[in-house]
Ligand binder design. Structure first.
Ligand SMILES: CC(C)(COP(=O)(O)OP(=O)(O)OC[C@H]1O[C@@H](n2cnc3c(N)ncnc32)[C@H](O)[C@@H]1OP(=O)(O)O)[C@@H](O)C(=O)NCCC(=O)NCCS
Length: 333
C-alpha cells in the first residue's frame, strides 16, 4: 500500500493590499469593528486585467514545483479546488493544465468551497494510494473580490474575503508512517442556502436574464453568519478528533494546527476546544482575510518559508465552509 507525502508547497497573493481603512471609504464599517469581530487587518484583491483564479493558481503551482524539485513533466495529474473558476465551464483546472504546458495530463476540479483544498488532498491521496498516479499537483485558488457587494448593504460578507492561491505537490511514498495519515470529509447539503451565491445557476429559465442584477440577494454571496460560526467551531474540532482517533493519536501529539481562516475568533475557539497552546497554532487571517480554498496551502507555504516545517512533525488541518462542507487531514511530515 502506498502513501502520499507533500514534497513542495507554494503560494501567491496579489500585490494590491486593501486595508480596513480602504473599506471604510466604500461602506459604513470601521477598522475597529472588522478587527474586533474578525481579526482581519487587510486582504489582497487582484484586478481582472492582471489576474484570474487560474493565473494565481499557476503562480502558486510553479513555486510549489520548484521547491519540490520537480517540473511539469514529473506531474501526472492536477486537482484544482475553487468556487470561482475563470469560466462558468470548464473549470480552472484545465486552464492551469494548459498554462503549465502539461501535455494531455488530466485536470479535475473540486467544488467544496472553503473545504476545497482538503477535499482535493483527499482525492489526490486516493489516486496515489491506489497506484494510479505517482505525483499530483493540488491547487486551491479563489477570486472573491469581484463577487462581493462592497457597499454597506453587503458589509457582513464584504469585509471578510480576499484573493489568493496555494499549491502542493504530492508524491507517492512506500513509508506509510509518513505523509497523509488520513483525511475525513463531511457534507450537510441541507444548509446550502445558508452560505452561497445562487446565480448564475441552472434553476432558472436562462443563466443570464433581464434585470438579473436587480436580484441582489441571489447574485452576491449570502450568509447566516452566526449559524455558520456555530457550526464551524463545532465541526472543525470534531473532524480533528476523528482523525486523531483513526490514527490512534492524541491532541497532545499535534505539533501544528492549521484551521481554515474565516474569522480569527473561530480559529481561537477551535484552538481552545482542543486545548492547544499558541505555539502549536498558526493563523494569518490578519493579512489575507478568508481566501477560501487557498487558505490551507497559503498557511503551509508560509510555514515552509519560515523554516517551521520539520520532518517527523504532525500537522492537523481542518476546514469548514459553504455546502456545508467540512474536512480534516492529518499529515506526518
Ligand atoms: C460575519 C461575522 C463576522 C459577524 O459577526 P457577528 O458578531 O456575528 O455580528 P452580527 O452579525 O451579530 O452583527 C452585529 C452588528 O454588526 C453589524 N455589521 C455587520 N457587518 C458589519 C461590518 N462589516 N461593519 C460594521 N458593522 C457590521 C450588523 O449589521 C449588526 O448590526 P445590528 O446589531 O445593528 O443589527 C460572524 O458572524 C462570522 O464570522 N461568521 C462566520 C463567517 C464565516 O465563517 N464565513 C465563511 C465560512 S467559510
Amino acid at each position: 500500500m502506498f502513501s502520499s507525502k507533500i514534497i513542495g508547497v507554494g503560494h501567491y497573493v496579489p500585490e494590491n493590499i486593501v486595508t480596513n481603512k480602504d473599506l471604510e471609504k466604500l461602506m459604513d464599517t470601521s477598522d475597529k469593528w472588522i478587527q474586533d469581530r474578525t481579526g482581519i487587518k487587510e486582504r489582497r484583491f487582484h484586478s481582472h486585467e492582471k489576474g484570474s483564479t487560474a493565473k494565481m493558481g499557476v503562480k502558486a503551482a510553479k513555486i510549489a514545483m520548484e521547491r519540490a524539485g520537480v517540473t511539469n513533466n514529473d506531474i501526472d495529474a492536477i486537482v484544482f479546488a475553487t468556487l470561482s473558476s475563470d469560466y462558468y465551464f470548464p473549470g480552472s483546472g484545465v486552464l492551469v493544465q494548459h498554462q503549465l504546458k502539461m501535455g494531455t495530463k488530466p485536470a479535475i476540479d473540486i467544488r467544496a468551497q472553503c473545504s476545497g483544498f482538503i477535499y482535493s488532498l483527499s482525492v489526490a491521496d486516493q489516486f496515489i494510494k491506489t497506484g494510479m498516479y505517482k505525483r499530483i499537483l493540488v491547487i486551491g485558488a479563489d477570486t472573491q473580490n469581484i463577487a462581493l457587494d462592497l457597499t454597506t448593504r453587503g458589509r457582513d460578507m464584504g469585509v471578510l474575503f480576499g484573493d489568493g492561491a496555494g499549491a502542493a505537490v504530492l508524491e507517492r511514498t512506500e513509508d506509510n508512517k509518513k505523509g497523509i495519515l488520513s483525511t475525513h470529509l463531511y457534507t450537510q447539503g441541507e444548509f446550502a442556502d445558508l452560505l452561497c451565491i445562487r446565480e448564475p445557476g441552472s434553476g432558472h429559465d436562462r443563466i443570464i436574464y433581464p434585470d438579473m442584477h436587480k436580484n441582489y440577494l441571489n447574485i452576491h454571496p449570502q450568509m447566516n453568519g452566526k449559524f455558520v460560526f456555530k457550526n464551524a467551531v463545532m465541526r472543525m474540532p470534531e473532524a480533528i478528533k476523528q482523525a486523531l482517533k483513526t490514527n490512534n493519536l492524541k491532541v497532545t501529539d499535534i505539533d501544528m494546527l492549521l484551521t481554515h481562516q474565516a474569522n480569527l475568533r473561530i480559529s481561537q475557539v477551535v484552538q481552545k476546544f482542543l486545548r492547544l497552546p499558541n505555539e502549536k497554532v498558526y493563523n494569518n487571517i490578519q493579512k489575507y482575510g478568508n481566501t477560501t480554498s487557498a487558505t490551507i496551502p497559503i498557511l503551509l507555504s508560509e510555514l515552509w518559508e519560515q523554516g517551521k516545517i520539520k520532518e517527523g512533525q504532525l500537522y492537523a488541518m481542518a476546514a469548514f465552509g459553504s455546502g456545508f462542507t467540512w474536512a480534516s487531514a492529518l499529515i506526518r511530515w
